[in-house]
Design a protein around this ligand. Structure first.
Ligand code: PNS
Length: 172
């Protein structure tokens, strides 16, 4: 059996549209488990994102500043190819509830089929973060609700600004 790598690099992939305190919780805990954690934002999504990828990366970069072994990047194409190119042996994902499990299992098995040298590791979301999703955060903002405590303060401000801009465009 091959010896485990002395320095483990993990990828935490996602849409991060935008980053929430749930993502941050996972980043904080994940960063303690590996030597290097790369938070990787998917570029080529078919659905229209709320924030452009550059802005999502920017918000993440500010949020991960307290963690010196965490970096932010964007990727396109197959996740396992990106992970291999970055020298990563782990993919980190969070599970909030049973409803996340099915999709996560499917993705983990597909990724294993594509590259069996890369393992997916799951962390259970903290209780306080287990109901937070980027999707619901956007819905709450669109309906005028308060998202403080759910996303970093700087992200809440950007959400409000972008939502106002989107509404204005829709009206014109
Ligand atoms: O935050 P999300 O939207 O749940 O993240 C999904 C993500 C980015 C992890 C997933 O869509 C992904 O890995 N996409 C890359 C394309 C890929 O490798 N697909 C095949 C294996 S699932």
């Amino acid at each position: 059996m091959a010896a485990p790598p002395s320095s483990i690099i993990a990828i935490y992939p996602g849409s991060f549209d935008p980053i929430t305190n749930g993502h941050l919780d996972l980043i904080a805990r994940g960063s303690r488990l590996v030597e290097r954690l790369i938070v990787a934002v998917l570029r080529n999504q078919s659905k229209e994102p709320f924030f452009p990828v550059e802005e999502r990366v920017e918000m993440l970069q500010v949020a991960v500043k307290p963690y010196p072994n965490v970096e932010v990047d964007a990727f396109e194409g197959l996740l396992v190819d990106y992970a291999a190119a970055r020298g990563a042996t782990l993919i980190l994902r969070g599970i909030r509830a049973v409803s996340d499990y099915e999709m996560e299992l499917q993705m983990a098995l597909m990724n294993r089929k594509l590259n069996s040298r890369i393992e997916t590791v799951f962390l259970m979301a903290s209780e306080e973060a287990s109901f937070i999703s980027s999707h619901l955060v956007k819905e709450v903002v669109s309906l005028g609700g308060d998202v403080s405590g759910l996303v970093p303060a700087a992200v809440a401000a950007r959400l409000k600004k972008r939502m106002a801009w989107k509404m204005k465009i829709r009206k014109n």
